[in-house]
Design a protein around this ligand. Sequence first.
Ligand code: GLU
Length: 477
Amino acid sequence: MDAGTMIEPSFRESVDLMFNRAVALMKLPPGLEDKIRVCNSTYTVRFGVKLRGEIKTFTGYRSVHSEHMEPVKGGIRYATGVNQDEVEALAALMTYKCALVETPFGGSKGGLCIDPREYDEDELERITRRFAYELAKRDLIDPAQNVPAPDMGTGEREMAWIADQYARMNTSDINARACVTGKPPHAGGIQGRVEATGRGVQYALQEFFRHPDAVAMAQLNGMLDGKTVIVQGLGNVGYHAAKFLSEEDGCKIIGVIERDGALVDEAGLDVEAVSQWIRNHGGVKGYSTHYVEDGAGVLEHDCDILVPAALEGVINLSNADRIKANLIIEAANGPVTAGADEILRDKGVVIIPDMYANAGGVTVSYFEWVKNLSHIRFGRMQRRQEEARHLLIVHELERLSEHLGDAWSMTSNFKEKYLRGADELELVRSGLDDTMRGAYQAMHEVWRSRDDVTDLRTAAYIVAIDRVAESYQAKGL
Ligand code: GLU
C-alpha cells in the first residue's frame, strides 16, 4: 500500500498488527492466538490528593496483559500522555519481552497522567504513595502477583516510596521488598539496575555484530568500532547506551536529539558533557554551535545506527521513507509504528526490535526480585572462596616460575585481576550479557533459517509467542 493512503494505527493496534504478522506464520491451536493477543484487564483509578490547599484529582492505570506466568511485571510511567491504549500496548510488549529473555513473568504496565516536573519532591511522594496504595489494595502491587518497576518519568526514588508503602500495608510479609524492582541499592535494590536498559542495548549491538550475516543484511561491515550513531533521548536509557557505546565500543555519537532540538557533530559528541548540559539547562539548546532546532529532522540524518530511546511512534508514516540509518535499535518501546516498520523493511533497514533491545531493564529487575526473595546479595557466599581457590593456582604458578626463570613469570597485573572474585555488579552484568546473547541467538535462528521470516521483529514475536503458548498449554488451556 502507498504510504500516503495508509492510516496510522494506535500504539496498541500497532503492537497487535505486528503480533498478527508473526502469528500468521505459526500453527497455534484454535483460539489460543486470541487468548494470547488480548489484554486480560486494565484497572483505571482516579484518586485525589490535597496539594497546595486544594484537592487535585489524578488518573492512573495498571494493565495486566497476560498471566500465563506470575507475578506479572512491567514499569510505571509518569507522563501527561499516559492513556489506556498506551498502557495496554506496553503491557503486551512486556509479555513478549519477558518470554523472549526468559524472565519468568507475565506482562503488565502502569501509568499516571502527570507531568512530574510540575511537583516538588514532597508532593510527588504523596501522589506516589496514594497511587501505590490504590494499586496494592487490589493486588496490583504484590511480590507474588504484580511487580512494578521504573519507566519513563519514574526512577529509584519512586520505587523506594512504593516499596515502603507496600511494606506499611503488609507488615508481616517477609518478602515485601520484592513487591517492586528498580529500588535504590540501600533500599533493597541491586547494583547495575539503573544502567541496565542502556547496558542491554550495548550488549544487544555487540551480539548483533558477532553475526556477520546479520551485519551484512544491514549493509554494514566489520565490528561496532567506528560506527556512527544518532541517539534520540538522552534520558536514563539513551544516556547509558550512548555512554557505553562511545566509551567502550569505539562508536561515534554524531547526533543527540532532545525535546528542544538536537546536536549534530560528525566528529563525535562528548556524551558526558552533553548529558551534564541537559541536566543543568533542561535541553540541548546553547550547548554549542552544533545545535539544530529541528530535532525530529535529525532522525533522518545519515548514520550507521539510529537509537530511538524516547517515546513511541517517533518513526511513523510521515518520516519512515526518509530515514537513512541502516540499522535501528529500538531502545524505547514502540518507537516505530507498524506502517513505518513495513516501509523500513521494504527499504532493507534492519530493526533490532524493542522487546529484545530494551529488555535489559526487566532482566536485571528479575535478578533484583530473586535477590529480594532469597534475602541475600549475589556473590556473598562464594566470593572469598573463589578468591582462595584462585590464590592456590597463583601460588603454584609462582612456585613453578621460580624454577623456570623470568620468561615464565606472570604478566604484571594478571595476579591482581585473576585473584579478585566477582562482586554483585560484575555478576549482574555477566547475567545480563548472557541473557542478551541467548535471546538474540534465538531470534537470529528463526530469522535466518526460515524463508518466510524476513525480519528480526517477526522472529522475536515467533520466539516469544511460542513460549507463551507452551506455557498456556502446560496449564491445560
Ligand atoms: N519499564 C521497563 C520496561 O519497559 C522495565 C520493566 C521492569 O523492570 O519490570 O521494560
